[in-house]
Design a protein around this ligand. Structure first.
Ligand SMILES: [Fe+2]
Length: 465
Protein backbone atom coordinates (compact mmCIF):
# COMPACT_ATOMS: atom_id res chain seq x y z
CA UNK A 1 0.00 0.00 0.00
CA UNK A 2 2.86 2.33 0.98
CA UNK A 3 4.49 1.60 -2.39
CA UNK A 4 1.30 2.54 -4.22
CA UNK A 5 1.12 5.83 -2.32
CA UNK A 6 4.77 6.57 -3.16
CA UNK A 7 4.21 5.80 -6.86
CA UNK A 8 1.08 8.02 -6.95
CA UNK A 9 2.88 10.92 -5.20
CA UNK A 10 5.81 10.67 -7.62
CA UNK A 11 3.43 10.60 -10.56
CA UNK A 12 1.63 13.75 -9.39
CA UNK A 13 4.97 15.51 -8.79
CA UNK A 14 6.40 14.71 -12.24
CA UNK A 15 3.09 15.46 -13.94
CA UNK A 16 3.10 18.89 -12.28
CA UNK A 17 6.69 19.54 -13.43
CA UNK A 18 5.80 18.48 -16.98
CA UNK A 19 2.74 20.77 -17.10
CA UNK A 20 4.47 23.81 -15.60
CA UNK A 21 5.55 25.43 -18.91
CA UNK A 22 1.95 25.25 -20.15
CA UNK A 23 0.40 26.94 -17.14
CA UNK A 24 -0.61 30.58 -17.77
CA UNK A 25 0.04 32.77 -14.77
CA UNK A 26 -2.96 35.08 -14.37
CA UNK A 27 -1.40 38.43 -13.42
CA UNK A 28 -3.47 41.17 -11.79
CA UNK A 29 -4.45 44.07 -14.04
CA UNK A 30 -2.33 47.19 -13.90
CA UNK A 31 -3.43 49.29 -10.94
CA UNK A 32 -4.45 52.72 -12.28
CA UNK A 33 -6.08 55.61 -10.44
CA UNK A 34 -7.60 59.03 -11.17
CA UNK A 35 -8.56 58.10 -14.72
CA UNK A 36 -10.05 61.15 -16.42
CA UNK A 37 -10.24 62.25 -20.03
CA UNK A 38 -10.98 65.55 -21.71
CA UNK A 39 -12.20 66.33 -25.24
CA UNK A 40 -9.31 66.59 -27.68
CA UNK A 41 -8.79 69.34 -30.25
CA UNK A 42 -11.89 68.19 -32.13
CA UNK A 43 -14.63 65.67 -31.48
CA UNK A 44 -12.55 62.92 -33.10
CA UNK A 45 -9.97 63.10 -30.29
CA UNK A 46 -9.85 62.43 -26.55
CA UNK A 47 -7.05 63.35 -24.15
CA UNK A 48 -6.51 60.74 -21.45
CA UNK A 49 -4.80 61.21 -18.08
CA UNK A 50 -4.30 58.72 -15.26
CA UNK A 51 -1.86 57.80 -12.54
CA UNK A 52 0.02 54.73 -11.38
CA UNK A 53 2.52 53.84 -8.70
CA UNK A 54 4.78 52.42 -11.39
CA UNK A 55 7.78 54.43 -12.37
CA UNK A 56 7.80 55.68 -15.91
CA UNK A 57 10.03 52.91 -17.29
CA UNK A 58 7.99 52.71 -20.47
CA UNK A 59 5.83 55.14 -22.37
CA UNK A 60 2.17 55.57 -21.51
CA UNK A 61 -0.24 53.66 -23.73
CA UNK A 62 -3.97 53.62 -24.43
CA UNK A 63 -5.45 50.79 -26.45
CA UNK A 64 -8.85 51.46 -28.02
CA UNK A 65 -11.19 49.10 -29.87
CA UNK A 66 -14.77 49.16 -31.08
CA UNK A 67 -17.11 47.91 -28.40
CA UNK A 68 -18.90 45.91 -31.10
CA UNK A 69 -15.63 44.07 -31.79
CA UNK A 70 -15.52 42.49 -28.33
CA UNK A 71 -17.11 39.07 -28.60
CA UNK A 72 -15.50 37.10 -25.78
CA UNK A 73 -13.88 37.79 -22.43
CA UNK A 74 -10.60 38.97 -23.94
CA UNK A 75 -9.77 42.47 -25.12
CA UNK A 76 -9.84 42.35 -28.97
CA UNK A 77 -6.15 43.20 -29.31
CA UNK A 78 -5.95 42.37 -33.03
CA UNK A 79 -8.54 44.97 -34.00
CA UNK A 80 -7.41 47.56 -31.42
CA UNK A 81 -5.35 50.69 -32.04
CA UNK A 82 -2.59 51.67 -29.62
CA UNK A 83 -1.73 55.29 -28.86
CA UNK A 84 1.36 56.32 -26.93
CA UNK A 85 2.12 59.40 -24.85
CA UNK A 86 4.10 60.77 -21.98
CA UNK A 87 4.74 59.67 -18.39
CA UNK A 88 6.02 61.94 -15.63
CA UNK A 89 7.06 60.96 -12.10
CA UNK A 90 5.84 63.69 -9.79
CA UNK A 91 6.63 62.59 -6.27
CA UNK A 92 5.37 60.24 -3.52
CA UNK A 93 5.99 57.34 -5.91
CA UNK A 94 3.26 58.53 -8.26
CA UNK A 95 3.50 58.79 -12.03
CA UNK A 96 1.21 60.84 -14.26
CA UNK A 97 0.41 59.47 -17.72
CA UNK A 98 -1.05 61.39 -20.66
CA UNK A 99 -2.07 60.07 -24.08
CA UNK A 100 -4.14 61.55 -26.93
CA UNK A 101 -6.44 59.18 -28.79
CA UNK A 102 -7.47 60.22 -32.31
CA UNK A 103 -9.51 58.99 -35.26
CA UNK A 104 -12.72 58.47 -33.28
CA UNK A 105 -16.01 58.52 -35.12
CA UNK A 106 -19.22 60.02 -33.78
CA UNK A 107 -22.05 58.04 -32.16
CA UNK A 108 -19.85 54.99 -31.59
CA UNK A 109 -19.22 52.75 -28.59
CA UNK A 110 -15.59 52.03 -27.69
CA UNK A 111 -13.68 50.01 -25.11
CA UNK A 112 -10.22 50.92 -23.87
CA UNK A 113 -7.49 49.95 -21.47
CA UNK A 114 -4.50 51.82 -20.11
CA UNK A 115 -0.88 50.70 -20.10
CA UNK A 116 2.19 51.92 -18.28
CA UNK A 117 5.34 50.44 -16.82
CA UNK A 118 6.39 47.10 -18.24
CA UNK A 119 5.19 46.33 -21.76
CA UNK A 120 2.19 44.03 -21.70
CA UNK A 121 0.76 45.34 -18.46
CA UNK A 122 -2.78 46.62 -18.94
CA UNK A 123 -5.49 48.01 -16.72
CA UNK A 124 -9.02 46.69 -16.54
CA UNK A 125 -11.16 47.42 -19.58
CA UNK A 126 -13.44 50.47 -19.54
CA UNK A 127 -15.80 51.95 -22.10
CA UNK A 128 -17.03 55.23 -23.51
CA UNK A 129 -19.36 56.35 -26.29
CA UNK A 130 -18.82 59.24 -28.65
CA UNK A 131 -21.81 61.50 -29.43
CA UNK A 132 -22.96 63.46 -32.44
CA UNK A 133 -21.73 67.06 -32.59
CA UNK A 134 -24.77 68.14 -34.64
CA UNK A 135 -27.10 67.91 -31.63
CA UNK A 136 -25.67 67.16 -28.24
CA UNK A 137 -26.00 67.73 -24.52
CA UNK A 138 -23.43 68.57 -21.86
CA UNK A 139 -23.60 68.91 -18.09
CA UNK A 140 -22.55 72.05 -16.25
CA UNK A 141 -21.23 71.52 -12.74
CA UNK A 142 -19.93 74.12 -10.31
CA UNK A 143 -17.42 74.25 -7.48
CA UNK A 144 -17.25 70.61 -6.39
CA UNK A 145 -14.41 71.76 -4.13
CA UNK A 146 -13.62 68.38 -2.56
CA UNK A 147 -12.36 68.95 0.99
CA UNK A 148 -14.22 72.22 1.69
CA UNK A 149 -16.36 70.27 4.17
CA UNK A 150 -14.50 66.93 4.20
CA UNK A 151 -13.29 64.63 1.45
CA UNK A 152 -15.71 61.78 2.20
CA UNK A 153 -18.92 63.84 2.31
CA UNK A 154 -17.94 66.11 -0.57
CA UNK A 155 -17.04 63.16 -2.82
CA UNK A 156 -20.36 61.49 -1.87
CA UNK A 157 -22.25 64.70 -2.75
CA UNK A 158 -20.40 64.97 -6.07
CA UNK A 159 -21.14 61.33 -6.87
CA UNK A 160 -24.82 61.77 -6.01
CA UNK A 161 -25.14 64.84 -8.24
CA UNK A 162 -23.43 63.20 -11.19
CA UNK A 163 -25.56 60.06 -10.88
CA UNK A 164 -28.75 62.13 -10.82
CA UNK A 165 -27.54 64.27 -13.71
CA UNK A 166 -26.77 61.23 -15.85
CA UNK A 167 -30.15 59.70 -15.07
CA UNK A 168 -31.69 62.91 -16.41
CA UNK A 169 -29.25 63.16 -19.35
CA UNK A 170 -27.81 59.69 -20.09
CA UNK A 171 -26.47 60.71 -23.51
CA UNK A 172 -24.32 63.52 -22.15
CA UNK A 173 -21.38 64.23 -24.46
CA UNK A 174 -19.14 65.65 -21.71
CA UNK A 175 -19.07 67.41 -18.34
CA UNK A 176 -18.15 71.07 -18.01
CA UNK A 177 -16.61 71.86 -14.61
CA UNK A 178 -16.14 75.56 -13.97
CA UNK A 179 -13.33 75.24 -11.45
CA UNK A 180 -12.45 74.83 -7.80
CA UNK A 181 -12.43 71.10 -8.25
CA UNK A 182 -10.59 70.78 -4.90
CA UNK A 183 -10.31 72.87 -1.76
CA UNK A 184 -6.55 72.58 -1.23
CA UNK A 185 -4.54 72.84 -4.42
CA UNK A 186 -1.66 70.71 -3.08
CA UNK A 187 -3.81 67.85 -1.76
CA UNK A 188 -3.46 64.57 -3.65
CA UNK A 189 -6.09 63.07 -1.32
CA UNK A 190 -8.66 65.62 -2.48
CA UNK A 191 -7.91 64.81 -6.14
CA UNK A 192 -8.33 61.13 -5.26
CA UNK A 193 -11.81 62.04 -3.95
CA UNK A 194 -12.68 64.14 -7.00
CA UNK A 195 -11.60 61.52 -9.51
CA UNK A 196 -12.74 58.43 -7.61
CA UNK A 197 -16.05 58.41 -9.49
CA UNK A 198 -16.25 55.41 -11.80
CA UNK A 199 -18.40 57.51 -14.17
CA UNK A 200 -15.36 59.60 -15.06
CA UNK A 201 -13.93 56.56 -16.85
CA UNK A 202 -16.92 56.72 -19.22
CA UNK A 203 -17.33 60.33 -20.37
CA UNK A 204 -15.08 63.34 -20.90
CA UNK A 205 -14.57 65.96 -18.20
CA UNK A 206 -13.64 69.57 -19.03
CA UNK A 207 -11.76 71.13 -16.10
CA UNK A 208 -11.23 74.81 -15.35
CA UNK A 209 -8.51 76.17 -13.09
CA UNK A 210 -10.10 77.80 -10.04
CA UNK A 211 -8.43 79.85 -7.34
CA UNK A 212 -8.37 76.71 -5.14
CA UNK A 213 -6.74 74.65 -7.91
CA UNK A 214 -3.75 76.79 -8.75
CA UNK A 215 -0.88 74.40 -8.13
CA UNK A 216 1.38 72.30 -10.34
CA UNK A 217 -0.43 69.24 -8.94
CA UNK A 218 -3.44 70.16 -11.11
CA UNK A 219 -1.35 69.66 -14.26
CA UNK A 220 -0.53 66.05 -13.30
CA UNK A 221 -4.23 65.19 -13.25
CA UNK A 222 -5.60 66.65 -16.48
CA UNK A 223 -4.64 66.42 -20.15
CA UNK A 224 -6.14 69.37 -22.01
CA UNK A 225 -5.98 70.20 -25.76
CA UNK A 226 -4.48 73.29 -27.41
CA UNK A 227 -3.09 74.52 -24.10
CA UNK A 228 -1.41 77.91 -24.36
CA UNK A 229 2.11 78.09 -22.90
CA UNK A 230 1.64 81.81 -22.24
CA UNK A 231 -2.01 82.93 -22.12
CA UNK A 232 -3.61 82.45 -18.71
CA UNK A 233 -0.42 80.77 -17.57
CA UNK A 234 -0.04 80.10 -13.85
CA UNK A 235 1.41 77.18 -11.85
CA UNK A 236 -1.55 74.93 -12.72
CA UNK A 237 -1.51 75.55 -16.49
CA UNK A 238 -2.81 77.89 -19.18
CA UNK A 239 -5.87 78.62 -21.30
CA UNK A 240 -7.00 75.93 -23.72
CA UNK A 241 -9.69 75.43 -26.33
CA UNK A 242 -11.40 72.77 -28.40
CA UNK A 243 -14.19 72.47 -30.93
CA UNK A 244 -17.16 70.16 -30.72
CA UNK A 245 -19.75 70.13 -33.47
CA UNK A 246 -20.02 73.75 -34.53
CA UNK A 247 -19.14 75.11 -31.07
CA UNK A 248 -15.85 76.61 -29.95
CA UNK A 249 -15.12 76.12 -26.24
CA UNK A 250 -12.44 78.40 -24.78
CA UNK A 251 -11.38 77.62 -21.20
CA UNK A 252 -9.78 80.57 -19.45
CA UNK A 253 -7.54 80.47 -16.38
CA UNK A 254 -8.90 83.58 -14.66
CA UNK A 255 -6.24 83.40 -11.94
CA UNK A 256 -4.06 85.20 -14.48
CA UNK A 257 -4.86 88.90 -14.80
CA UNK A 258 -2.76 89.37 -17.91
CA UNK A 259 -5.71 90.58 -20.00
CA UNK A 260 -3.54 91.24 -23.06
CA UNK A 261 -2.61 87.57 -23.25
CA UNK A 262 -6.19 86.47 -22.61
CA UNK A 263 -7.29 88.65 -25.52
CA UNK A 264 -4.59 87.22 -27.79
CA UNK A 265 -5.72 83.70 -26.91
CA UNK A 266 -9.41 84.41 -27.57
CA UNK A 267 -8.66 86.39 -30.74
CA UNK A 268 -6.53 83.55 -32.18
CA UNK A 269 -9.02 80.81 -31.27
CA UNK A 270 -11.92 82.78 -32.77
CA UNK A 271 -9.94 83.57 -35.95
CA UNK A 272 -9.01 79.92 -36.41
CA UNK A 273 -12.66 78.93 -36.09
CA UNK A 274 -14.54 81.78 -37.77
CA UNK A 275 -17.44 79.55 -38.66
CA UNK A 276 -18.06 78.34 -35.11
CA UNK A 277 -21.79 78.58 -34.46
CA UNK A 278 -21.47 79.09 -30.72
CA UNK A 279 -18.49 80.76 -29.04
CA UNK A 280 -18.53 79.57 -25.44
CA UNK A 281 -16.12 80.65 -22.71
CA UNK A 282 -15.56 78.86 -19.42
CA UNK A 283 -13.78 80.61 -16.57
CA UNK A 284 -13.83 80.16 -12.83
CA UNK A 285 -14.41 83.69 -11.58
CA UNK A 286 -17.91 84.96 -12.26
CA UNK A 287 -17.95 88.54 -13.50
CA UNK A 288 -21.73 88.89 -12.99
CA UNK A 289 -22.96 87.27 -9.82
CA UNK A 290 -25.61 87.33 -7.13
CA UNK A 291 -23.30 88.79 -4.52
CA UNK A 292 -22.32 92.43 -4.09
CA UNK A 293 -19.29 92.74 -6.40
CA UNK A 294 -15.91 93.43 -4.85
CA UNK A 295 -13.46 95.79 -6.58
CA UNK A 296 -11.58 92.77 -7.98
CA UNK A 297 -14.80 91.49 -9.56
CA UNK A 298 -15.54 94.89 -11.10
CA UNK A 299 -12.04 94.86 -12.55
CA UNK A 300 -12.63 91.41 -14.08
CA UNK A 301 -16.02 92.60 -15.39
CA UNK A 302 -14.50 95.62 -17.10
CA UNK A 303 -11.56 93.82 -18.68
CA UNK A 304 -12.98 90.42 -19.54
CA UNK A 305 -16.36 91.95 -20.47
CA UNK A 306 -14.81 94.14 -23.15
CA UNK A 307 -12.86 91.18 -24.60
CA UNK A 308 -16.02 89.04 -24.73
CA UNK A 309 -17.93 91.88 -26.42
CA UNK A 310 -15.15 92.46 -28.94
CA UNK A 311 -14.87 88.83 -30.08
CA UNK A 312 -18.57 88.00 -30.17
CA UNK A 313 -18.59 85.53 -27.29
CA UNK A 314 -22.13 84.27 -26.87
CA UNK A 315 -22.11 82.39 -23.58
CA UNK A 316 -19.80 82.60 -20.54
CA UNK A 317 -19.99 79.80 -17.97
CA UNK A 318 -18.48 80.49 -14.55
CA UNK A 319 -18.47 79.40 -10.91
CA UNK A 320 -16.77 80.66 -7.75
CA UNK A 321 -19.88 82.25 -6.20
CA UNK A 322 -21.68 79.00 -5.25
CA UNK A 323 -24.95 80.74 -6.18
CA UNK A 324 -26.70 80.04 -9.48
CA UNK A 325 -27.42 82.96 -11.77
CA UNK A 326 -28.31 83.61 -15.40
CA UNK A 327 -27.99 87.14 -16.66
CA UNK A 328 -29.91 88.97 -19.31
CA UNK A 329 -27.94 89.59 -22.52
CA UNK A 330 -25.10 91.97 -21.74
CA UNK A 331 -23.03 94.25 -23.94
CA UNK A 332 -20.76 97.06 -22.73
CA UNK A 333 -22.02 96.32 -19.23
CA UNK A 334 -25.56 97.20 -20.32
CA UNK A 335 -28.58 94.96 -20.71
CA UNK A 336 -29.52 94.20 -24.33
CA UNK A 337 -33.16 93.39 -24.95
CA UNK A 338 -33.90 90.07 -26.73
CA UNK A 339 -35.05 90.49 -30.33
CA UNK A 340 -38.75 90.39 -31.02
CA UNK A 341 -38.33 88.92 -34.47
CA UNK A 342 -35.67 87.96 -36.97
CA UNK A 343 -34.24 90.73 -39.10
CA UNK A 344 -34.90 90.99 -42.83
CA UNK A 345 -31.25 90.01 -43.45
CA UNK A 346 -31.33 86.81 -41.43
CA UNK A 347 -32.76 83.34 -41.88
CA UNK A 348 -34.74 81.90 -38.95
CA UNK A 349 -33.86 78.34 -37.92
CA UNK A 350 -36.16 75.69 -39.33
CA UNK A 351 -37.45 74.80 -35.89
CA UNK A 352 -37.92 77.28 -33.09
CA UNK A 353 -38.48 75.60 -29.70
CA UNK A 354 -41.51 76.76 -27.73
CA UNK A 355 -40.71 79.68 -25.46
CA UNK A 356 -37.40 80.36 -27.15
CA UNK A 357 -35.87 83.80 -27.06
CA UNK A 358 -34.38 85.16 -30.26
CA UNK A 359 -30.79 85.96 -29.44
CA UNK A 360 -29.71 89.56 -29.87
CA UNK A 361 -26.06 90.61 -29.84
CA UNK A 362 -24.52 90.46 -26.39
CA UNK A 363 -23.26 87.86 -23.97
CA UNK A 364 -25.26 85.51 -21.77
CA UNK A 365 -23.49 84.88 -18.44
CA UNK A 366 -24.31 81.80 -16.37
CA UNK A 367 -22.81 81.03 -12.98
CA UNK A 368 -23.15 77.48 -11.69
CA UNK A 369 -23.89 76.70 -8.04
CA UNK A 370 -21.91 74.05 -6.15
CA UNK A 371 -22.54 70.53 -7.43
CA UNK A 372 -21.30 68.73 -4.31
CA UNK A 373 -22.81 70.84 -1.54
CA UNK A 374 -19.38 71.31 0.02
CA UNK A 375 -19.96 75.03 0.67
CA UNK A 376 -22.74 77.60 0.28
CA UNK A 377 -22.76 81.39 0.25
CA UNK A 378 -25.61 83.85 0.74
CA UNK A 379 -26.72 86.09 -2.14
CA UNK A 380 -26.95 89.87 -1.71
CA UNK A 381 -30.32 91.25 -0.63
CA UNK A 382 -30.41 93.26 -3.87
CA UNK A 383 -31.54 91.56 -7.09
CA UNK A 384 -29.26 93.24 -9.61
CA UNK A 385 -30.69 94.64 -12.85
CA UNK A 386 -28.48 92.44 -15.00
CA UNK A 387 -29.95 89.26 -13.49
CA UNK A 388 -32.62 87.24 -15.27
CA UNK A 389 -32.58 84.38 -12.74
CA UNK A 390 -31.02 83.68 -9.38
CA UNK A 391 -31.20 80.54 -7.23
CA UNK A 392 -29.67 79.66 -3.90
CA UNK A 393 -31.51 76.58 -2.64
CA UNK A 394 -28.65 75.44 -0.37
CA UNK A 395 -28.64 72.03 -2.00
CA UNK A 396 -26.32 70.82 -4.78
CA UNK A 397 -27.33 71.83 -8.31
CA UNK A 398 -26.36 71.02 -11.88
CA UNK A 399 -27.43 72.17 -15.32
CA UNK A 400 -28.13 70.33 -18.52
CA UNK A 401 -27.16 72.25 -21.66
CA UNK A 402 -28.48 71.19 -25.07
CA UNK A 403 -26.84 72.60 -28.17
CA UNK A 404 -27.76 72.50 -31.85
CA UNK A 405 -26.48 74.61 -34.73
CA UNK A 406 -29.10 77.23 -34.00
CA UNK A 407 -30.28 76.74 -30.42
CA UNK A 408 -28.79 76.79 -26.92
CA UNK A 409 -30.87 75.49 -24.03
CA UNK A 410 -30.07 75.36 -20.33
CA UNK A 411 -32.15 73.53 -17.74
CA UNK A 412 -30.95 73.80 -14.14
CA UNK A 413 -31.95 71.40 -11.37
CA UNK A 414 -31.73 71.18 -7.61
CA UNK A 415 -30.73 67.65 -6.69
CA UNK A 416 -32.82 67.08 -3.54
CA UNK A 417 -36.14 66.90 -5.41
CA UNK A 418 -34.93 67.33 -9.02
CA UNK A 419 -37.14 70.39 -9.47
CA UNK A 420 -36.27 72.65 -12.39
CA UNK A 421 -34.86 75.88 -10.99
CA UNK A 422 -34.31 77.58 -14.33
CA UNK A 423 -35.11 76.79 -17.94
CA UNK A 424 -34.09 78.94 -20.86
CA UNK A 425 -33.63 78.48 -24.59
CA UNK A 426 -32.37 80.89 -27.20
CA UNK A 427 -32.14 80.55 -30.96
CA UNK A 428 -30.26 82.50 -33.54
CA UNK A 429 -30.46 83.02 -37.23
CA UNK A 430 -27.75 82.51 -39.80
CA UNK A 431 -26.81 86.14 -40.43
CA UNK A 432 -26.34 86.97 -44.06
CA UNK A 433 -23.03 88.72 -44.50
CA UNK A 434 -21.60 87.10 -41.34
CA UNK A 435 -17.88 86.43 -40.92
CA UNK A 436 -17.98 83.12 -42.81
CA UNK A 437 -19.79 84.54 -45.83
CA UNK A 438 -17.48 87.57 -45.84
CA UNK A 439 -14.53 85.23 -46.38
CA UNK A 440 -16.36 83.43 -49.18
CA UNK A 441 -17.18 86.74 -50.91
CA UNK A 442 -13.56 87.90 -50.62
CA UNK A 443 -12.18 84.62 -51.98
CA UNK A 444 -14.67 84.74 -54.87
CA UNK A 445 -13.66 88.34 -55.64
CA UNK A 446 -9.95 87.41 -55.65
CA UNK A 447 -10.65 84.44 -57.94
CA UNK A 448 -12.60 86.60 -60.44
CA UNK A 449 -9.89 89.30 -60.48
CA UNK A 450 -7.17 86.64 -60.90
CA UNK A 451 -9.01 85.03 -63.81
CA UNK A 452 -9.54 88.42 -65.49
CA UNK A 453 -5.85 89.32 -65.11
CA UNK A 454 -4.74 85.94 -66.50
CA UNK A 455 -7.06 86.40 -69.49
CA UNK A 456 -5.70 89.89 -70.25
CA UNK A 457 -2.02 88.88 -69.80
CA UNK A 458 -2.51 85.78 -71.96
CA UNK A 459 -4.11 87.88 -74.71
CA UNK A 460 -1.15 90.24 -74.62
CA UNK A 461 1.34 87.38 -74.72
CA UNK A 462 2.98 87.93 -71.30
CA UNK A 463 2.89 84.17 -70.59
CA UNK A 464 4.12 83.14 -74.07
CA UNK A 465 7.78 82.50 -74.62
FE1 LIG B 1 -13.42 79.92 -6.23
Amino acid sequence: MKDLERIFTSYVFFAAIALLPHVTVLSAPLDVSNVVFTPGRTESELNFAWQTRKNAVAEARVQVALKSGKTGADFPEDSARTFTGKSTDFGDGLTSHKVTVSGLTSSTGYIYRLGAGQAGEWSDVYEFSTRDGETYGVLLIGDVQIGAKNIHDDAAGWRDTLEKALLKAPDTAFILSVGDQVQTSSSQDQYDGLLSLARLKNLPFVPTIGNHDDNKLYSYHFNVPNESPTSGKTDAGGNYYFTYGNSLFMVINSNSLNYGRHETFIRDAVRKHRDAGWRIVMMHHSIYGADTPRPATLDLRKNFGSIFDKYGIEVVLAGHDHIYIRTRFMRKNQVVRPLEEFSARSTPPAEIPAGAVIKPGGVLYITAATSSGSKYYDPASQFFDYLAERASPYVPMFSQINITNTSFEIISYRTDNMAVVDGFVMVKAAEEGGPGSTVVVLLAAIAVLGAAAAFIFTRRGYFLK
